[in-house]
Ligand binder design. Structure first.
Ligand code: NAI
Ligand code: MG
Length: 502
């Protein structure tokens, strides 16, 4: 009897690639890079001037969409931190603290206006240095940063109205450490309320995205802000740690990973330093069966794929009511197929570059974890540029509540979809997370919105919308998402001492 060799069964895979329809390609519409001046090299901005780093070291910052070097920036060491803190202390004692509040306000207004004047240049630099689509840096990051300065400029001489019958006094020198996902906006969130309340600042941008903070230093110099009121030190984790550990710092404001947030808390324990920490998140977006489905799907897409999912409040977990799950998942898959991934400087691009090789590796690690855990993975079939760090928008279905892709922050364009039947069940599941930064609820019923917002352990709960920001609204987390609030009246509190007026 002839033995026929059995054909090996095709390897079962739980990855499904969706089909990309190439008949709808848009013609390229790149924003002009000529609007941006990027110097070859940047020094440290200390005491109102550009100073060489004591260690004479510089590091490259690249464009993650092309892997090309954009510039090199100074690496600040402890001696530089010392200089910056001394400059900030002198400026605080001799000038800024004593200045009438309405005069301080004028400087902050001036910075706000200059950000508006240079909006286009800032947007282009933000996109080149960080990889986010120009549409986002142009329409969201830069205008929102200017609005923060405008908003807090307005408070500078009105603190007695913000805190009636109490006297608000500044803390001193604030050490501020910011991440790479919203570089200019995070600088604005940190600097504006600190200055409005009479503090001076030593700020460190993230090592992969220092350029808009350095452009802001140029603006600050041009605005004639007294020397030393804002100092900007570039560098990596060690530079950040030297700021955290410096005895001349009165307050730390940090946005970044939960891991570093914990290190900072340990480092300042037993000192008089105040702190606000804005850390990671794993936001639940919840769609009830009575929700306007198309609007909800669009909101979910915006919630997770906005800025490549490099958003601490990204809606990375979707809970959809069982009765509409099939329909919602179908619409989500169709929608990701139409998202344009590619050159961030192109105005048509929806999803730009992942910020760094390291972050792309982290995302890939989680894609593998998701597959190994048995979830079903759908990724868009869009082509990816050959150079640069890119990732297709990806959806996991059949995800267990306990799986790592439903529990841990991925910080990439990856959505985990889970289902639920009742209100109580979804509240239990949504709150079952080490994080508690934000959440979203989609329903037609006002009473359901109130019930959910009351019971959800998240700093911000959006209803029938997602990722909406306004300088007058406070933002901040519960649990491992950190503590303290930024934005709004609440955002003044971490920068002041309050005493009762006699
Ligand atoms: P990271 O927490 O290391 O970086 C944030 C900032 O902290 C940077 O300016 C960095 O130079 C500084 N830093 C690092 N080590 C420090 C230390 N020991 N002391 C003081 N400052 C220090 O974040 P990383 O490694 O870039 O990203 C890792 C993960 O963190 C991401 O995958 C994401 O999950 C999360 N993340 C969350 C952010 C948020 O907005 N909440 C922002 C950035 C990252
Ligand atoms: Mg860069």
């Amino acid at each position: 009897m002839a033995v026929t060799k059995k054909k090996a069964a095709p390897k079962k895979s739980n990855t499904v690639k969706l089909k990309f329809d190439t008949s709808w390609n848009y013609a390229p519409a790149p924003e002009s890079k000529s609007a941006a001046t990027i110097h070859k090299q940047y020094d440290l901005f200390i005491n109102g001037e550009w100073q060489k780093p004591s260690g004479k070291k510089y590091f490259d910052t690249i464009n993650p969409a092309t892997e090309e070097k954009l510039s090199e920036v100074a690496m600040a060491n402890e001696a530089d931190t010392n200089k910056a803190v001394t400059a900030a202390r002198n400026a605080y004692e001799k000038v800024w603290k004593k200045m009438p509040a309405k005069e301080r306000g004028k400087y902050i207004f001036r910075i706000a206006r200059m950000i508006q004047e240079k909006a286009r240049e800032l947007a282009v630099i933000e996109t080149l240095d960080g990889g986010k689509p120009i549409r986002e840096s142009r329409d969201f990051d830069v205008p929102t940063a200017a609005n923060h300065f405008f908003y807090y400029a307005g408070w500078a001489d009105k603190l007695e109205y913000a805190f009636p019958n109490r006297q608000a006094s500044p803390l001193g020198v604030a050490g501020q450490i910011i991440p790479w996902n919203f570089p200019l906006l995070m600088a604005a969130w940190k600097i504006a309320p600190a200055l409005a309340t009479g503090n001076t600042v030593v700020l460190k941008p993230a090592e992969t995205t220092p350029l808009t903070a350095l452009k802001l230093a140029e603006i600050i110099q041009e605005a004639d802000l007294p020397p030393g009121v804002v100092n900007i030190l570039t560098g990596a984790g060690e530079t950040g740690a030297s700021i955290v550990n410096h005895p001349g710092i009165d307050k730390i404001a940090f946005t970044g990973s939960t891991e570093v947030g914990k290190l900072i808390q340990r480092a300042i324990a037993g000192t008089n330093k105040k702190a606000t920490l804005e850390l990671g998140g794993k936001a639940a977006n919840i769609i009830f069966e009575d929700a306007p489905i198309d609007q909800a799907v669009e909101g979910v897409i915006n919630g997770i794929f906005f800025n490549q999912g490099h958003v601490c409040c990204a809606g990375s977990r979707l809970y959809v009511q069982e009765s509409i799950a099939k329909q919602v998942i179908r619409k989500l898959k169709d929608r990701i197929e139409t998202l344009i991934v590619g050159d961030p400087i192109d105005k048509n691009t929806d999803i730009g570059a992942i910020n760094s090789k390291q972050q792309l590796d982290t995302i890939h690690k989680y894609l593998n974890i998701g597959k190994k855990e048995g979830a079903e993975m759908y990724e868009s079939s869009c082509p990816l540029p050959r150079k640069g760090y890119f990732c297709r928008p990806t959806i996991f279905t059949n995800v267990a509540q306990s799986s790592r892709i439903a529990q841990e922050e991925i910080f990439g364009p990856v959505l985990a979809v889970l289902t639920f039947r009742t209100d109580d069940e979804v509240i239990e599941k949504a709150n079952n997370s080490p994080y508690g930064l934000s959440a979203g609820v989609w329903t037609d019923k006002g009473s359901k919105i109130f019930n959910m917002t009351k019971r959800m352990r998240a700093g911000v709960v959006w209803a029938n919308t997602f990722n909406k920001f306004d300088p007058s609204s406070p933002f901040g987390g519960y649990k491992e998402s950190g503590f303290g609030r930024e934005g709004g009246l609440h955002g003044l509190m971490p920068y002041i001492h309050l005493t009762h007026q006699s």
